[in-house]
Design a protein around this ligand. Structure first.
Ligand code: FAD
Length: 390
């Protein structure tokens, strides 16, 4: 199917690249504008699990499922749940992952591999690198179309602009004044590299996948990727300015780790404390932001959003990438459906937005509940019960 729509996708994250691939499979052309200078410019972060009815479904329709299976790690699903004192409540490394259907078949894949899989599937020159969007505006010369103002120039006359530009989306600014709000939680991301040789006890402690500890006002999530790295996310429920006012010198990682441990995790079991100290290769404090649950915008012809740009949530529902890829699947269907008749596009986009508003709200509520559970003393028992179908 060919089309004469001029489509811009802003952002080459999972949402933007999935959308571009799905459109191209149906011969609908688009250009992806990405602020990174190149695919290698920035680490893409750790491992993510793709759900059967989420990211996997989008990859199936994108014709990339077999390759995803080859790159993914089903063993990475294994989860260990422990209490703050080290008591093991569940260890799927020992019991196997015998979960209810809704929680099963969620193989892990490294973000970098997912991005490369999607990039390799696109026609050459689909992604234009080093294009930082500053603002989007209605075209002055072509009524009904939009122009994109980048740091280094303007691209004019798009019939459809899709904001796939993540948490701090610039495209979103034309649809709503709403900005992300602080969720009440800050996470310190700590890395341990070459764990099989340099941090064997941490590797044994975490197992093949992830190891989570939840407690009142604090949480520790350790996760392995396929590059022999373990990321330890030490979360604390603290005010928005805590990163700057807590007195921890983040520029001196070893000191920061010691202070974090001493002030917030000192009464934890020895293996948990060791996990914080072992992960000493990189330290990144991350405030967790979210869009208000149920946020919507008034439809505007020629502009829409996918992924975090549309419904940013914290990481405590574990669904962000899956929703982002599902949005792209739904939007691609809407666009493909009316690629031969552009006049049908506004209605198709409105219907798409109704779907993602409802789905986004549903998962934002679950994620809110997840955040409460992750930072509560009962959270580990509750998660174990759910995973065991009790
Ligand atoms: C620490 C952490 C752990 C997580 N773990 C999980 C998990 O286990 N499972 C899960 O499902 N989700 C997880 N998430 C959430 C997940 O990362 C996001 O939901 C997902 O990446 C959203 O995809 P996206 O494509 O919408 O946005 P992004 O991945 O943010 O991609 C946006 C892209 O747009 C580009 N961009 C931004 N601004 C501009 C601009 N002005 N101009 C041009 N380009 C721009 C960015 O460079 C980026 O490439 C996690 C998030 C974090 C922070």
């Amino acid at each position: 199917m060919s089309n004469n729509l001029r489509i811009a996708v802003v952002g080459a994250g999972p949402a933007g690249l999935t959308l571009a691939r799905l459109l191209q499979v149906h011969s609908v052309a688009c250009t992806v504008f990405e602020l990174d200078e190149s695919p290698a410019r920035r680490g893409q972060g750790g491992s993510i699990d793709l759900h059967r009815n989420g990211g996997q479904q989008a990859l199936r329709e994108a014709g990339l499922f077999a390759e995803f299976r080859r790159l993914s790690r089903p063993e990475g699903e294994a989860l260990k749940l422990i209490k703050y004192d080290g008591t093991v409540v569940l260890d799927e490394n020992k019991t196997g992952t015998r979960r209810p259907e809704e929680f099963s078949d969620r193989p892990e894949i490294d973000r970098t591999k997912l991005r490369q899989l999607l990039l390799d599937s696109l026609s050459p020159d689909t992604v234009v690198w080093g294009k930082k969007l500053i603002t989007i505006a209605e075209s002055s010369s072509m009524p009904g179309k939009h122009d994109l103002h980048f740091k280094d120039g303007v691209e004019e006359g798009f019939d459809l602009v899709v904001g796939a530009d993540g948490a701090w989306s610039r495209v979103r600014n034309i649809l709503t004044d709403q900005r992300p709000v602080y969720s009440g939680v800050t996470v310190i991301e700590l890395w341990a590299l070459h764990v099989d040789t340099r941090h064997q006890s941490l590797a044994e402690f975490v197992g093949a996948g992830s190891c989570f500890m939840f407690d009142e006002g604090r949480a520790l999530q350790c996760q392995r990727d396929s590059e022999n790295t373990i990321r330890v996310y030490a979360g604390v429920r603290q005010p928005e300015d805590w990163v700057n006012t807590c007195g921890i010198d983040w520029s001196s990682p070893e000191e920061a780790q010691k202070t974090l441990l001493g002030q917030y995790f000192n009464d934890c079991g020895p293996a948990l404390k060791q996990a914080i100290m072992d992960a000493s290769d990189q330290l990144i404090p991350r405030q967790m932001w979210m869009l208000p649950v149920g946020m919507r915008w008034k439809p505007r012809e020629g502009v829409t959003l996918v992924g975090d740009a549309a419904h940013l949530m914290t990481i405590f529902g574990g669904v962000g990438v899956n929703l982002a890829m599902l949005d792209s699947l739904d939007l691609s269907r809407a666009v493909i459906d009316c690629a031969g008749d552009a006049s049908r596009l506004p209605d198709a986009i409105r219907r798409y937005e109704e779907v993602i508003f409802a789905r986004g709200e549903q998962y934002a509520r679950k994620t809110e509940k997840g955040l409460k559970g992750h930072f509560s003393a009962k959270g580990v028992d509750e998660m174990a019960r759910r995973l065991q179908g009790r």
